[in-house]
Write a protein that binds this ligand. Structure first.
Ligand code: ACO
Length: 425
């Protein structure tokens, strides 16, 4: 139906306001409220629960049915049959690559993996105990001071070069933030390795001995990258789009996404899961923590449970759970006490009425935290790995925003402060 309409009747306004209803290729209809401002009205939707802030072709989520599609392809199929480089290409271009296109894409990304040597000096300005997300906010923002040759945001090729640079350099910058914290030398990228293997090498390799990535671990790492690659208009992606809407430097926009991701209600949850498990301490204490999570007067929440959009299950969590079992088996960690505790917590919460009634299921971060710990990634690097994976989503949305007519993002408000008054005296 091309000209479906919605009608709004407001007390005190004689006429009924007619609003166009837009239809996407999937998902609910969207009432176009743009004309309301000329009627002297705003809509109110804190947390953007019912507001579509943009039109997008990149990713579709049906939270009720637990569906996540990139370019129309279900995440389960991409996780099973594809790999991160292919998913990056898909998010950027809207189609899966041919073998030739993939080879060219991978080789272009590899050509950009090194960072300007001067940028490595930035790390010395941080304390050794700085949180790596704090370092990432700084060094990714600092990229904007280096790459001036491709910054015409209205030029599709320039936008593409920015995307290559970001996807290629994020693992290097992320691994450097880890190496800086433990005092080991930075490892230069190795272009004979694939994307996930190279990241593991830069994290765990040293100049003293050969590092051979474990293929099961590298595959699990690649799957973590795939499962975190994009998630439509979440808080960090919306932040990148909003920052980008002013025409800001793309690297600075990505730094704003990293900042938004850091919080425990978003990407910081995978770190918070492990911190919570540490705090719980042992299986006997789980019921106390479940009770705390259920107590309306206690701010404590079970980290890694619940999702704003998924009200049934998180399809990424399903895939991640399988990966989690594979990695634990490969590494002989099935009996690790913390991992056992995580499984017991999951079992109890899934049977508890409070969680069942509110449709609170383990989200992707619950299992990714467990895998990352098993691989030997320090807890404070978990959100950095999320940021690395999500960079392709951020830059794809940023690029989509700039590829069609657009305007600066500028939400309005319901003002409840004092009315106009005179300065005293
Ligand atoms: N533990 C206990 N109770 C919870 C939890 C939780 N993890 N999550 C939600 N609830 C409860 C709320 O207290 C509320 O209960 P009430 O109806 O009795 O007041 C109800 O469930 C609905 O919660 P909301 O806050 O309205 O849900 P919202 O959509 O705003 O929040 C969020 C979603 C932020 C993910 C939330 O579930 C949460 O804080 N989870 C823990 C953090 C986490 O794992 N974040 C990762 C998200 S996934 C990602 O970013 C990749």
């Amino acid at each position: 139906m091309a000209d479906k309409k919605a009608y709004l009747k407001i007390d005190g306004i004689e006429e009924t306001i007619e609003l166009p209803v837009m239809q996407g290729s999937e998902g609910p209809d969207v009432v176009d409220v743009r004309a309301l401002t000329s009627e002297g009205l705003f809509t109110y939707d804190p947390g953007f629960v019912s507001t579509a802030a943009c039109e997008s072709k990149i990713t579709f989520i049906d939270g009720g049915k637990g569906v996540l599609l990139h370019g129309g392809y279900p995440i389960e199929e991409l996780a099973e049959k594809s790999d991160y480089m292919e998913v990056c290409y898909l998010l950027l271009n809207g189609e899966l690559p041919t073998p030739e296109q993939k080879e060219k894409f991978v080789s272009t990304v590899k050509n950009h993996t090194m960072i300007h040597e001067q940028l490595s000096h930035f790390y010395n300005g941080f304390r050794r105990d700085a949180h790596p997300m704090a370092i990432m906010c700084g060094v990714v923002g600092a990229l904007s001071a280096f790459y001036h040759d491709s910054l015409d945001i209205d030029d599709a090729h320039h936008r593409e070069v920015c995307a290559y640079r970001l996807v290629a350099k994020m693992p290097t910058l992320a691994a450097m933030s880890y190496k800086y914290s433990n005092g080991q030398p930075f490892m230069y990228p190795r272009n004979d390795l694939n994307y996930a293997e190279n990241f593991l090498y830069m994290m765990f390799g040293t100049p003293c001995e050969e590092y051979v990535p474990n293929p099961v671990v590298a595959k699990a790492m690649d799957r973590i990258f795939v499962l975190h690659a994009d998630h439509e208009q979440n808080a960090s992606t919306s932040t990148v789009r909003l920052a980008g809407s002013s025409g800001a430097n793309p690297f600075a926009c990505i730094a704003s996404g990293i900042a938004a991701l850091w919080g425990p209600a978003h990407g910081g949850a995978n770190e918070a899961v492990l911190t919570m498990l540490d705090e719980i301490g042992s299986v006997e204490n789980i019921p106390d923590f479940i009770n705390k999570a259920k107590d309306p007067n206690d701010p404590f929440r079970l980290m890694g449970f619940g999702h704003r959009v998924y009200r049934n299950f998180d399809p990424r969590a399903k895939v991640m759970k399988v990966s989690c079992d594979e990695v634990l088996k490969e590494l002989g960690l099935e009996d690790d006490p913390m991992l056992k505790m995580a499984k017991e917590l999951e079992r109890i919460a899934l049977e508890d009425d409070y969680f069942v009634e509110r449709k609170l299921y383990p989200n992707v971060d619950f299992y990714s935290g467990i895998i990352l710990k098993a691989i030997g990634i320090p807890t404070n690097m978990f959100t950095v790995i999320f940021a690395l994976s999500r960079t392709i989503g951020w830059i794809s949305h940023w690029s989509e925003f700039h590829s069609s007519p657009n305007r600066i993002g500028r939400p309005r408000q319901l003002y409840t402060g004092p009315s106009k008054r005179s300065y005293p005296g």
